[in-house]
Design a protein. Structure first.
Length: 349
């Protein structure tokens, strides 16, 4: 166990956690909603520090991050636990697991494994990195020292205080929305009482110059309202900027939500057109390998700039300074194109 960060001690040996938007009040002997932070005699501890349930080498495009160090490889790590209860979670085997287990994989070993496997960065993903914050923080700090970048794949339900602490070491974040950010969808399908902490965290990430890409899971009938998706896209444009990448992800039935079919391609294409109409410049359709909307096009002249198939870049058509070869528009891509070549995802454990 490791003593938690960002909590306050209260009367009667109670504590309040200030890592995620739930701000759980935890009695002595109890755990937070995430089930991996425990009050022991009036002090809060992480039960999963250094206990990775999964470690894989992934292409950065899998996160998805399309405008950040393209074609790079990351070592992805996760522990069990989550602060959401998504009925459709495709990682439910680890995110909703109640037993505390995992392989001992301390930060120093994570860094070594990343180097041994030719990675350029570390990604904290699969479950919610906020709930293994201390582990992510120490790993990210060491990663920065040796020249690796760090990325979160997160539901965004973290406090501004948590963002401020991790931001000096966090280079990029993929923030995953579901159902267009509809508060009722979150209450019904993810047991989330309010979506406001997500938007507050996004603003804090923006203020701290963390590269942000947005995903939105389009769930047929329950979470595919075009008006709601446009509302989310408009917020992103107004608050994060028109160049913020926006990924519309296809839903696949999983976990407790197996009666809803996969998202029709036509639904995704309608959502794509709607988001483009709001004025976002870089809109993508995900989980549909080979779809033209996987690609990056120049917002000025519509030149095909980056062609993708799944997680692989199959054509690169940008000048060395990340400008369109036809109209010379600068394309907002952080980092550089990595020449290591495409790496299929593979698990270390």
């Amino acid at each position: 166990m490791r003593e938690a960060m960002l909590y306050e001690k209260l009367q009667d040996k109670k504590v309040r956690c200030h890592l995620c938007g739930r701000r759980c009040l935890i009695n002595d002997g109890g755990t937070g909603f995430c089930l991996v932070r425990k009050n022991e005699n009036g002090s809060l501890f992480s039960l999963v520090y250094g206990k990775a349930i999964s470690a894989c080498v992934d292409p950065i495009e899998k996160k998805p991050l399309y405008h950040f160090n393209p074609a790079s490889s990351v070592l992805s790590i996760a522990t069990i636990g989550c602060n959401f209860r998504c009925q459709f979670c495709d990682n439910w085997m680890i995110s909703q697991k109640k037993e505390i287990n995992g392989k001992d994989f301390p930060p120093e070993e994570v860094i070594k494994a990343a180097g041994d496997n030719g990675c350029q960065g570390i990604s904290y993903t699969y479950t919610e990195p906020t709930i293994f914050f201390e582990y992510a923080y120490e790993t990210a700090r060491l990663a920065r020292q040796v020249g690796f970048f760090n990325t979160f794949v997160t539901n965004g339900y973290m406090t501004s205080e948590a963002v401020k602490i991790i931001a000096p070491y966090l280079n990029a974040a993929t923030v995953d929305f579901k159902g267009g950010g509809d508060p009722e969808f979150y209450k019904k399908f993810s047991s989330v009482p309010s979506v406001e902490p997500i938007f507050e965290a996004l603003m804090e990430l923006k203020r701290n110059d963390v590269h942000i890409e947005i995903t939105n899971l389009v769930v047929p009938k329950e979470g595919d309202s075009i008006e709601q998706i446009k509302k989310l896209a408009a917020w992103v444009k107004d608050n994060l900027g028109e160049d913020t990448p926006f990924h519309l992800l296809r839903f696949h039935p999983d976990y407790q939500l197996t009666t809803i079919p996969s998202t029709p391609i036509q639904t995704l294409e309608r959502a794509y057109a709607a988001v483009k109409s709001v004025g976002l410049n870089y809109v993508y359709i995900g989980n549909v390998p080979g779809h033209p909307a996987e690609n990056t096009y120049c917002p000025s002249c519509n030149e095909l700039l980056i062609k993708r198939y799944g997680f692989e870049i199959t054509r690169w058509n940008l000048k060395g300074d990340m400008r369109c070869p036809v109209c010379d528009r600068e394309i907002p891509i952080k980092g550089k194109l990595h020449a290591s070549g495409f790496s299929y995802p593979y698990a270390l454990f």
